[in-house]
Design a protein around this ligand. Structure first.
Ligand SMILES: C[S@+](CC[C@H](N)C(=O)[O-])C[C@H]1O[C@@H](n2cnc3c(N)ncnc32)[C@H](O)[C@@H]1O
Length: 182
């Protein structure tokens, strides 16, 4: 797998109740598809707990944190920023530029996804506004496709560290083994 600096996903905004599953799934998708860390708004406590619980059971490394103002994280970010939006440039057009910029530098990449309306400054602060199609859909789907393109599919084969259990792929049925019994 190509060497990447840290890849961090930032979830802008969280409406308790309405966004609970979506915000949690932003975290789980970030983890499963190769990001190192996710940043949530500080009212998304359940999403952090779920990300930590899954990491404890199925491995890491992966970190989840709450911040008071995700927009300030974006404003003060020192590395490159990719903002996922249906209004941006097609992912297939910009993916190689993003990958080479990130892998040729040392600075972490911030991947920003919205919830409700995204402030216009976000479009200006981003180095790339990236569309996974120019059709409206979901931050989870957008994030999954973006990360898979960024890592060129290599994240699918990653090793998980410190897992207490592991899913054994089966053609039919389910098999989960404690890692110590393998
Ligand atoms: C308003 S949209 C999704 C709808 C929202 N979950 C809701 O409950 O109404 C939220 C975020 O999804 C992401 N998104 C939606 N469509 C996208 C697309 N075609 N390409 C990239 N990202 C997209 C963007 O990050 C956007 O800020």
């Amino acid at each position: 797998m190509e060497q990447f600096p840290e890849v961090v996903v930032c979830r802008l905004g969280h409406r308790p109740g309405r966004d609970d599953r979506m915000t949690t799934h932003v975290g789980l998708t970030a983890r499963a598809l190769g990001a190192d860390r996710v940043i949530f708004p500080d009212n998304a406590t359940d999403a952090v707990e779920t990300a930590e619980d899954i990491t404890d059971r199925f491995g890491g490394p992966f970190f989840a944190e709450l911040v008071e103002k995700p927009a300030a994280v974006v404003r003060n970010w020192e590395g490159p920023i990719a903002h996922l939006t249906m209004y941006g440039e097609p992912v297939q057009t910009v993916e190689s530029e993003i990958r080479s910029t990130v892998t040729e530098g040392d600075d972490p990449l911030l991947v920003v996804v919205g919830a409700e309306k995204v402030p216009f400054e976000m479009y200006e602060q981003a180095d790339w506004n990236v569309a996974v199609t120019n059709q409206p859909h979901s931050e989870i789907a957008g994030l999954a496709v973006f990360l898979d393109r960024l890592f060129d599919g290599d994240e699918l084969d990653r090793e998980w560290v410190d897992a207490s259990r592991r899913v054994v792929p089966k053609e039919t049925g389910k098999l989960v083994l404690p890692v110590s019994e393998e």
